[in-house]
Design a protein around this ligand. Structure first.
Ligand SMILES: NC(=O)c1ccc[n+]([C@@H]2O[C@H](COP(=O)([O-])OP(=O)(O)OC[C@H]3O[C@@H](n4cnc5c(N)ncnc54)[C@H](O)[C@@H]3O)[C@@H](O)[C@H]2O)c1
Length: 471
């Protein structure tokens, strides 16, 4: 599938706005901005690590069934189009028949291997090497447990599961059946974070004393996903710290390579609630008398800007016809609702402090009210510090004052649009792990991923009970 076809499949017509219509857009946009390397100044050197080859070289393609053919399932499956010698999609399950049939046609899946509910997959004897679980957050645990019992290796979307106990059960189940579970902490597989990890592991900053990490979600992305959209309810899905920031907990834990000891967290839903609605507001933006003054307006985000259109199935290509269809969706789904009158409970600002072994500390903020996305990270070591923004990072050596700059042009990487190369990066390593029956090809195995999820569950305990939560 070409990029254009992929975008079309996701319901994203306007190429000019395409970046924002693809899932993980905050990352994509920041990554996309880094298309040329910066000229070096005196006393600066480039960290020219190069870009990885995204192709998994295997003797024969591994076979996989996609459970949940939505945004994420489609991105992972698209790896098989680019690298058909590595991966073949041989089954699909989705209760949304449009999405299921799209995947069936795209990958030529046999009708007897196309299902509605995920449970139907396991009514047949095992017919593939692996399953890719990309269903909503509340439907990760049961399919994963069943897939492992049926002898499949699993690529599992984050969050692993909705409770600490369920996460641990999946870990036990993987051990019991001797299967691989790769958790989709896709940031680890992006060239930027791989490079950060590499310089830390090489000891270039000395001992890390502290990390400061910011996840700016962007105001319209937050309104889309965590006020109106799939993750508006922390109870039906998972709290923001897991639904959004489990990636960031994972990255901090991975970079430090030390166990976390205790966590404190604060955060609230302060803004997106009824008491803050402006005079003249209505249940739906189309009926609101102050809609044109609202940055969160559904008309602005979906109709004018064509953002996040992948959530709407069957959009026509013609602009006028498409806008009519989008407006219909805004009348009938939560995406057209006022952000101050939605069914949301996710916090819109969150700070989390963590203490790791050897008194190493980390602070993390997850913020709705930002104009740009991506990640910003500062790493403070005994020999040097690092300042990075997911496009580029600079390491400054305290002794010499010399600066080392990582600024690879990742637009040269196939699939760089997906989490700055992380989506296809994890696919490569997952294919290699399954083909070689060796989980070591993956860096985000279930064993290491459970720990960072537990940090998230503990952060919620701290936030809700106003206590320091011990690991
Ligand atoms: N790794 C990442 O960076 C990342 C990014 C975004 C989302 N996610 C996670 O990926 C998962 C999927 O998110 P998405 O954005 O693709 O959502 P989505 O809604 O686009 O896709 C989920 C699909 O699952 C299908 N589904 C629902 N119930 C089903 C059932 N009983 N049987 C079979 N299919 C069923 C839905 O119809 C839908 O097509 C979520 O858990 C989300 O948190 C991960």
């Amino acid at each position: 599938m070409t990029r254009a076809e992929f975008l079309k499949m996701m319901g994203a017509g306007a190429a000019v706005l395409a970046l924002d219509t693809v899932p993980g857009a905050s990352l994509i946009q920041s990554a996309n901005a880094q298309t040329t390397t910066t000229p070096l100044k005196k006393n600066q050197e480039r960290l020219a690590f190069g870009l990885p080859n995204q192709e998994a070289k295997v003797d024969k393609p591994i076979t996989a069934i996609v459970i949940g053919a939505g945004a994420r399932g489609s991105v992972y499956a698209s790896y098989s189009t680019e690298y058909s010698k590595a991966l073949k999609i041989v089954g699909v399950a989705d209760i949304n028949t449009t999405r299921r049939d799209l995947m069936k046609d795209l990958y030529g899946i046999a009708p007897e291997h196309c299902f509605s509910d995920w449970k139907e997959v396991f009514s047949l004897p095992k017919f593939a090497d692996a399953v890719i679980i990309a269903t909503p957050d509340n439907l990760h645990y049961a399919p994963c447990m069943q897939a492992l019992a049926a002898g499949y290796d699993v690529l599992l979307e984050k969050p692993i599961a909705q409770t600490e106990k369920e996460c641990e059960n999946i870990l036990k189940q993987a051990k019991k059946y001797g299967r691989i579970v790769g958790v989709c902490h896709v940031l680890r597989y992006s060239p930027y974070f791989r490079a950060l990890k590499r310089v830390l592991d090489e000891g270039r900053v000395g001992d890390v004393l502290s990390i400061q990490h910011l996840e700016p979600i962007r105001f319209h992305h937050f309104a889309h996903s965590y006020v109106r959209g799939n993750w508006q309810s922390s109870k039906k899905t998972t709290p923001l710290i897991l639904a959004k920031a489990c990636h960031d907990l994972d990255i901090v834990r991975w970079l430090l390579n030390k166990p976390c000891k205790q966590v404190t967290a604060f955060g609230d839903l302060s803004f997106f609630k009824r008491q803050n609605e402006p005079a003249g507001a209505a249940d739906r933006c189309e009926d609101c008398s102050v809609e044109s003054q609202c940055p969160f307006s559904a008309q602005r985000i979906y109709v004018k800007q064509h953002r996040y259109l992948y959530v709407f199935d069957n959009l026509p290509n013609d602009r006028a016809a498409k806008d009519i269809k989008i407006k219909e969706y805004l009348r009938t789904t939560d995406y057209g609702r006022c952000v101050f009158r939605s069914q949301n409970d996710q916090v819109d600002h969150y700070v989390c402090n963590m203490q790791f072994e050897d008194q190493v500390t980390a602070s993390m903020s997850v913020e709705a009210m930002t104009s740009s996305g991506g990640r910003k990270t500062r790493i403070m070591g005994t020999k040097a510090d690092i300042v990075g923004d997911m496009k580029t990072f600079t390491l400054t050596d305290f002794l010499t004052g010399k600066q080392y700059i990582w600024d690879e042009d990742i637009s040269k990487l196939p699939g760089y649009e997906g989490h700055a190369g992380g989506d296809w990066g994890i696919m490569k390593d997952f294919v290699l792990a399954v083909a070689n029956h060796d989980e070591k090809y993956l860096s985000s195995t279930i064993d290491v991923s459970v720990e960072s999820h537990i940090m998230g569950f503990k952060a919620e305990i701290s936030r809700k009970r106003n206590i320091i939560a011990k690991m």
